[in-house]
Write a protein that binds this ligand. Structure first.
Ligand code: ATP
Length: 248
């Protein structure tokens, strides 16, 4: 059924439809829909907007990706289905490597997601060749590409799970998480968390990258060093509670 543009929840309904269709095409795992639901609930509490600390975090993310020697953008089914173009555009702008990395990994879904990215214009997509394993993660969840995530110094992980985020950080990587839930293990484990919807955060990181790309390495480093993720998560919690108290 087509969603009328006049519907007050048009965007939210459109995104749900997009994800259901992506699941039917084999791009999104069933649990991806549930994960989206959790994200949606937090987006509702935030007022479906990029709050100022998320904007500041996106600026630091751009600085970290530009500063990196080997930046990688790790994508899953939800991310490709919602923002394939934004991922590719950001990867080109930095430049960074794109890698598909799945919690529920199957060969079919790895191939389908890479094909989807190529269809949208990606130059190279890693992930299918599982040539390395992230230490501390059992089974297929730890599989990755030696030339990609395994050897990256900075990894952008939109919608990651807490375990993998922790394992990547334990490898010494600078992990940038995008997660609408400021209470998730991922949000608390990453040194830099953007508490925002991935659909808003990715284009914003690219806008900041465009503004910061002429900065010297020491200037980028200074931007990264001044970031305090724990303090920022506190600011998000207080934003949400103030907003809730002001609503009737
Ligand atoms: P953790 O292991 O970090 O505690 P989790 O078990 O709560 O995570 P997962 O199911 O692994 O969550 O991943 C889903 C996460 O992605 C949720 O925290 C949810 O808030 C977030 N999320 C879902 N959709 C979006 C979106 N569009 N933009 C940003 N974050 C999202």
């Amino acid at each position: 059924m087509p969603i009328p543009k006049s519907h007050p929840r048009y965007l939210s309904l459109k995104i749900r439809k997009q994800l259901v269709e992506a699941m039917e095409k084999g791009l999104v795992h069933e649990t991806g829909l549930i994960a989206h639901g959790r994200g949606e609930a937090f987006d509702y509490l935030l007022g479906e907007q990029t709050i100022s600390v998320a904007n500041a975090a996106s600026r630091v993310a751009a600085a970290a990706l530009l500063y990196a020697t080997h930046p990688v953008i790790s994508v899953n089914g939800n991310v490709v289905s919602l923002c394939a173009d934004e991922c590719i555009s950001l990867a080109n702008a930095i430049p960074a490597t794109l890698e598909v990395n799945l919690f529920h990994r199957t060969n079919d879904r790895m191939v389908a997601l890479a094909q989807e990215l190529y269809k949208h214009g990606a130059k190279e997509v890693l992930g299918k060749k599982a040539s390395a394993h992230i230490p501390g993660l059992e089974h297929d969840r730890g599989l990755c590409d030696r030339k990609g995530i395994f050897s990256a110094d900075v990894v952008l992980v939109p919608l990651e799970d807490g375990d993998r985020c922790h394992a990547l950080a334990s490898m010494g990587k600078y992990v940038i998480a995008i997660d609408l839930n400021p209470l998730s293990r991922t949000a608390k484990t990453a040194p830099l968390t953007i508490v925002d919807n991935v659909t808003r955060a990715l284009p914003l990181i690219e806008q900041w990258a465009d503004q910061l790309k002429r900065k010297r390495k020491d200037e980028l480093k200074a931007i990264i060093n001044q970031w305090d993720n724990i303090q920022m998560l506190g600011e998000v919690r207080s934003f949400i509670s103030k907003r809730l108290n002001s609503l009737v």
